[in-house]
Design a binder for this molecule. Sequence first.
Ligand code: AMP
Ligand code: MG
Length: 343
Amino acid sequence: MKTQILNRNESTEQAILQAGEMLKSGKTVAIPTETVYGLGANALDEKAVAKIFEAKGRPQDNPLIVHIESTDKLELYCDDIPDKAYKLAVSFWPGPLTMVLKRKSVIPSSVSAGLDTVAIRLPSNEYARRIIAASGCPIAAPSANTSGSPSPTKAEHVLHDLDGRIDAVFDGGDSEVGLESTVISLVGDVPRLLRPGAVTPEMLKEVLGEIIIDKAVTQLISSQEKVSSPGMKYRHYAPRAKMTLIRGSIDATERYIKENLCEKMAVLCFDGDEKLFSEYAFTVTYGAENDSKAQASRLFDALRLLDRDDVERIYARCPKSDGIGLAVLNRISKAAAFDIVDV
Ligand code: AMP
Ligand code: MG
């Protein structure tokens, strides 16, 4: 299959119409969103949805997020929508928040990996919204990467993983947030945060009052365990090399790394730290120590840069955990299989 690249040689208007038509006719198109690039297909078309799982090598029990163009579409695809959902929509949509609600049967069960719930999001990225509108259908879209690798924040990342396996990618430049959406489930009595993202626990609590933070957010979940958010149990984001997070001051981190030198080593550090390590290690930075937002937008690209044959061991500086930092910590911890050393 030849993968078309849209929005490079034709007008944006034309590219949007073409992406919309391709999606409507059952093809797979990777689309830019403010979180990461998503691999889109018509969520009402079971055959189209199957192509997503196939192209990504995604386990069948890992459900997809359905993207809509306006809040009023919620009622078409979800049942028993609580007031809390509308409150969240008013505060955070369009934007990087996904809500898990009861699924109506128009959404095929395969979209939700057999669950009776469905995850729904209204993205803020203008290209994404216009493409969804042009398609005239809800768009199921997980991250547009090979299953297990870091999520794509550039069209090049999508092509690196999926060229020849999907019908098209729409080049909309770099993703703004850089981490996948916050996922909150509203089907239980108390809202449950399943995955941290740019809409932070603090922001959610302001609207909802009490929330529960699922244990998959902060802990390693074994593949045997039953989890509320199936995607959280999979090895994810990880470069081929073994990675360890070092939590502590720069001085203590430098000392630890010097005491644990190894062959083919790389250091993933904050802006400005690289000069301490570059003489003996391949170094990659992912933002300033106090800038969680920059870390979010750069982490996945940094993890991809570390994925090279001459890197077999990675030491990474551990991010802070407040605000969007919780999401950065969650993703980098998963990349390191929760191997964290306190120094
Ligand atoms: P991705 O778009 O690749 O980040 O994957 C979407 C993630 O959203 C999945 O891995 C799940 O963890 C979560 N998700 C999607 N649908 C549901 C659902 N119905 N219930 C709980 N979590 C979901
Ligand atoms: Mg994903």
